[in-house]
Design a binder for this molecule. Sequence first.
Ligand code: PRP
Ligand code: URA
Length: 208
Amino acid sequence: MPEPRVVRHPLVDIRLTTLRDERTDRATFRAAVRELTAMVVYEAMRDAPTTPTEITTPVATTTGAVLANPPVLVPVLRAGLGMAEAAHAQVPGAVMGFVGVARDEETLRPTPYMASLPADLAGIPVLVLDPMLATGGSMAHTIDLLAERGADDVTAVCLVAAPEGVARLGEAHPSVEVVAAVVDERLDERGYIVPGLGDAGDRQFGAM
Ligand code: PRP
Ligand code: URA
């Protein structure tokens, strides 16, 4: 299993601080999610191959680049929805699929409620967008759905990950890379990431 790739940058740190602070209001929290998502997606796409393309500037002809194999973006509802627009802005040509999973807060098991995904994902890079990788159950379920459709190049793009979730993904899906803004200390007895930021869905969209 590859080690998680963590984005180290002061501009990441200040946004994580905004997200972690319990005093941050909902609109500010959502803005920090968007800004941090742009940075983590930027890192996740670092090694994406490009194809040269000839273009003409107002001054001269030169060689530009297009993505050789644009990814499919898959936000995990609800909380991943807050990452969708910022990720799409980074990769405008991407197709977007959607998965809905809610964690049962008693058992901590994922409860799936929807999936809208391309039927054939073989050979296509997939970026799964979920701000929180805690026990890893929701991400492992999502990657199971992708694997059923032939996906063989999956990256989990998270804002805050727990070592327990990283380890679980490594066992269930050893080829999947995790790119995160930070890997925190641990999970608490309720399955929350410590220090974490609380419930990412509730903090963006309100408690259900
Ligand atoms: C959160 C988060 C992940 C999941 C992580 O979603 O967005 O999907 O928990 O926990 P896990 O790694 O232990 O599975 P939640 O289930 O709270 O649903 P929501 O996005 O609808 O708020
Ligand atoms: N889901 C969240 O939103 N936050 C956590 O800390 C764990 C799971």
